[in-house]
Design a protein around this ligand. Structure first.
Ligand code: ADP
Ligand code: MG
Ligand code: ZN
Length: 631
């Protein structure tokens, strides 16, 4: 395992410097200020008197310092005038010659090291400090210079295969069965490369994991390394988009070098779309740096020897924008799609994340899985965590089902905004708006059943109507789309009918439903007039790397599309208006109840419907599909 150049060295440097400094100060003060054992200091005039009185036995001269030993065994110190002989000084003070003769005077030869040290330390200490400082700064500057030259010495995060804490295996990844099967082959190769090489098999160099955010791409890549027991080098595409041109490329070079040294190993490039976008479109500013980085990745991958035993795994949630050069054979030629988890998978994921959380007896994760269509693995992990936080905040030792249920909405819509208080008028308008959505949804055959209506603000929404499908579904039909659009108009129509006025409330509804109607016409061929043409691709207008302006149809067709979109929306509007007018009484009941209680759960809502002669939807009534929320 190569050592990772880390940020630690700075702190070690600092610690050493501080230590040295303290040592220096310590030594200095020891020599200069340790005077505890020093005898009393007397003026030279006093000494002269004492000599005259015959009290002094010996005087040791040490430079200008005098140590005086008295006949009574006491010791005192003094100082003579510099550059003058002691005897001369004493004589000047009027000490007679015979008194002086009785004192033995020892001129001590200085311990030269100590002498110089004490003599110079007042000058030396600051000087040393300054030198030390300069040295220290120069080190820093050098370090910075190094960094500037080689951000290159990039810091890919490395996960050691022997690191039990960080190690992830397939057991930690629920669902994604196809992906796991595909990746098992890679694990096998990394564990046992010889088997494959001996038979002359060419091992894929690059694997592209594709799936929406939070589906567990990073987790799965780590699991491959964990299963194979090889080091995992990871770096994110967005990190390459650095400040200096050329830095990204050198980072890539270093990364591959490190991995090759540690082979067999896995290199994981997260968010590769950040560097691997279609080149030369001008979208994203034609970033030279990005192109160089991408080129370097391609060069490195092309340069792999067949026996290199390094496998590059990349992840993206925008496979549609990737440069075709990346997915050519010999590069990321294996593509593994990771779907959003279905109900069974969600159940398993919830179980994985419930491992270390004590659950109350009433918890039924199956129900939670059922109620969370469209949730990604990351959402579910988040949900579990939110539930645990809720339980802890209420000082409970276990997570209850109620915590989990509350967390679903929190994850889906953001936290409740209790401080966002509506005045009575706003409350009424919001109540009618949501009641409109709910009522229209309940009377249209292809809309999903209403699960909950609320006028408690969450995130940016003043209120919401939550509809849940009975099961997951990946396809939607034209009839369902039409009902969805009518339902989305329910809020707008209710406001208009009841108050004769429109607020800004429905603006989000209108955007969503217009987008939906547009897609029906331009993507799904659901307009009779336009016929079966897909005028636009998956990735919006940036199809095949064409710029945003790159429409493939004329102004005339464009006008026709607008006409079709309008007629779809008009039709849905009529539907909504007729429902709201016909069932105005029920609308009032629902809205008033909402103003009162702020939230209506499914059971209560269905009771209201039944009491007014509307049959609630049954499980088998409709084809289910992912959850839809109208605000
Ligand atoms: P991505 O890289 O696809 O955006 P991540 O791998 O970063 O998603 O997933 C984020 C987190 O979500 C993971 O750390 C894990 O806790 C959880 N998670 C996602 N998918 C799964 C799964 N299939 N099984 C268990 N946990 C998952
Ligand atoms: Mg990720
Ligand atoms: Zn709405």
């Amino acid at each position: 395992m190569p050592k990772v150049p880390g940020g630690d060295s700075f702190w070690t440097n600092l610690a050493t410097s501080v230590f040295l400094l303290m040592l220096l100060v310590g030594v200095y003060t020891y020599f200069v200020t340790d005077q505890s054992k020093q005898p009393t200091d007397i003026p030279i005039s006093q000494l002269a008197q004492d000599v005259q009185a015959g009290k002094v036995a010996t005087i040791s001269v040490d430079g200008d310092d005098l140590t005086i030993a008295y006949a009574d065994k006491t010791e005192k110190i003094s100082k003579k005038e510099p550059d003058a002989a002691l005897s001369q000084t004493l004589t000047n003070y009027g000490v007679p010659k015979d008194a002086l003769d009785k004192v033995s005077i020892n001129i001590k030869r200085e311990n030269s090291w100590l002498f110089w040290f004490t003599a110079l330390s007042p000058f030396l200490a600051p000087l040393l400090l300054i030198l030390f400082f300069i040295w220290y700064l120069s080190r820093q500057v050098k370090g910075a210079g190094m960094q500037a030259f080689s951000f290159g010495q990039s810091k890919p995060r490395v996960i050691d295969p022997n690191d039990k804490v960080q190690r992830v295996t397939f057991k930690d990844v629920a669902g994604a069965k196809e992906a796991k099967i595909e990746l098992l082959e890679i694990v096998d190769f990394l564990k046992n490369p010889k088997k494959f090489l001996d038979i002359g098999a060419r091992i894929p160099k690059g694997i592209l994991l594709m799936g929406s955010a939070g589906t567990g791409k990073t987790l799965l890549a780590r699991a491959v390394a964990g299963e194979a027991g090889v080091p995992f080098f990871s770096i994110s595409g967005s990190e390459f988009v650095e400040m200096f041109v050329g830095v990204g490329a050198s980072r890539v070079r270093d990364l591959f070098l490190m991995a090759k040294k540690a082979a067999p190993a896995i290199i994981f490039v997260d968010e590769i779309d950040a560097v691997g976008r279609v080149r030369g479109t001008g979208v994203g500013g034609g970033n030279d740096e990005r192109e160089q980085t991408l080129n370097q990745i391609l060069v490195e991958m092309d340069g792999f020897e067949p026996n290199e035993k390094v496998i590059v795994i990349a992840a993206t949630n925008r496979p549609d924008v990737l440069d075709p050069a990346l997915v050519r054979p010999g590069r990321f030629d294996r593509r593994v799609v990771i779907d959003l988890p279905d109900r069974q998978d969600r159940n398993e994921i919830l179980h994985i994340h419930a491992r270390r959380k004590p659950l109350a007896e009433d918890v039924n994760l199956g129900v939670i899985a059922e109620r969370t269509p469209g949730f990604s693995g990351a959402d579910l992990a988040n949900l579990m965590n939110e539930a645990a936080i809720l339980a802890a905040r209420e000082n409970r030792k276990t997570v209850a089902q109620y915590d989990l249920i509350r967390s679903i909405e929190k994850v889906m819509l953001g936290p409740e905004r209790k401080t966002h208080v509506l005045n009575l008028k706003e409350k009424e308008i919001t109540a009618y708006h949501e009641a409109g959505h709910a009522l229209v949804a309940s009377l249209l055959p292809y809309a999903d059943p209403v699960h909950k209506i609320s006028i408690i603000s969450r995130g940016r929404a003043a209120g919401y109507t939550l509809k849940l499908p009975f099961e997951d579904k990946r396809m939607q039909s034209k009839l369902e789309f039409l009902d969805d659009i009518a339902m989305a108009l329910g809020g707008y129509v209710a406001e208009k009918t009841v108050f004769g006025d429109i607020t800004t409330g429905p603006s989000n509804d209108l955007q969503v439903l217009t987008g939906l109607a547009r897609d029906m016409v331009t993507k799904y061929g659901m307009s009779d007039k336009m016929g079966t043409i897909a005028l636009e691709g998956e990735g919006g207008r940036a199809l095949f790397g064409a710029g945003v302006e790159g429409k493939e149809y004329s102004e005339k067709v464009s006008a026709e599309i607008d006409g079709e979109v309008k007629s779809i929306i008009d039709g849905a509007y009529q539907k909504a208006v007729s429902i709201i007018t016909e069932y105005r009484k029920v609308l009032d009941i629902i809205a008033h109840r909402l103003v009162e209680t702020e939230t209506i759960e499914r059971e209560e809502f269905e009771t209201i419907l039944v009491a007014n002669g509307i049959q609630p939807k049954k499980r088998q009534d409709i084809e289910p599909r992912p959850a839809v929320v109208n605000f």
